[in-house]
Ligand binder design. Sequence first.
Ligand code: SF4
Length: 342
Amino acid sequence: MNLLEMSYEEVVDVVKQMGLEKYRADQLLDWVYKKRVFTFEGMTNLSKEHRALFREKFTVKLPRLIEKRVSKIDKTTKFLYELEDGNTIESVLLFHEGYATACISTQVGCPIKCAFCATGQSGYVRNLTVAEIVGQVLAVENDSGRNIRNVVYMGMGEPFLNYDNVVKSIKILIHPKMKDMGVRRITVSTVGIPDKITRFADEGLDVRLAISLHAASNEKRDTIVPINRKYSIEEVLQAAKIYQEKTDRRITIEYILIKEFNDFDEDARRLAKLLKDLKAYVNLIPVNATSASFERPSHWKMVRFKEILLENGIEAELRQEKGADIEAACGQLRLRRMQAKS
Ligand code: SF4
């Protein structure tokens, strides 16, 4: 069994069934999650006998790195990984002042099909397993030589369409005997599936939640985030409010700015009105042109959009595009490789 698929309790159960004491499970997990040693031979505080027993019982399989690109502009690093069945996924390492964040995928492809997203354009294949989600964090650490203290579930796929595996992977990442990450350092980014958001609020995980809104009217959002026809902006924000009330977390609103589509003063005012009852923080992101249909607004237009939000009491930040020279936006690298193969 793949150790990365297992919760702490599951590992302890198996270790006890093997006739070993619980602290042997702790030692094993410490090697894998803290020391990043993935071969049993390297676990030197275990006896030869115990190493052989663990080798018989467990495997530790990370996604296999097949391409790595580092931005010359800002060091953003993109990793293309191959899974055991030959499918590929992307993970990205982003650098901010003094810390690095891993952006990880939850699905192979994505069924949501947002109009501006390369992953959406490439179609949907399947959900990732827990091991494939957790494995990305360990693989990015391994392949970059950096300790990852921040993780965003914002890569390929919609996390709440792979709900159970995402929740289990978070429990592994925050468990003190496993990856031991702070809950405040984990963000789940969703297009907004109301019943999953409210269920997530009851998990007691208290991680950060980001909602990809991208438009301030249902009419506009319907055209770029098709799932909006099923779940309106109001329903999504109502669920976000419930999440906020239960977790006391500020909600991040992701808003991709597209020239002459959702960048008008009226959009900014409408967005401010929608968010007035939410403790929200808006990330304004210039669209990454994956198709000729979308252009980014001028810098002054984006600044003006932000100013209108601020004037209306909504905190907002204009984000710089990361890794512009390495196709760092979600799904671009994988899509290019798929197109090259076909
Ligand atoms: S932006 Fe996210 S939810 Fe939308 S298609 Fe891309 S991966 Fe899926």
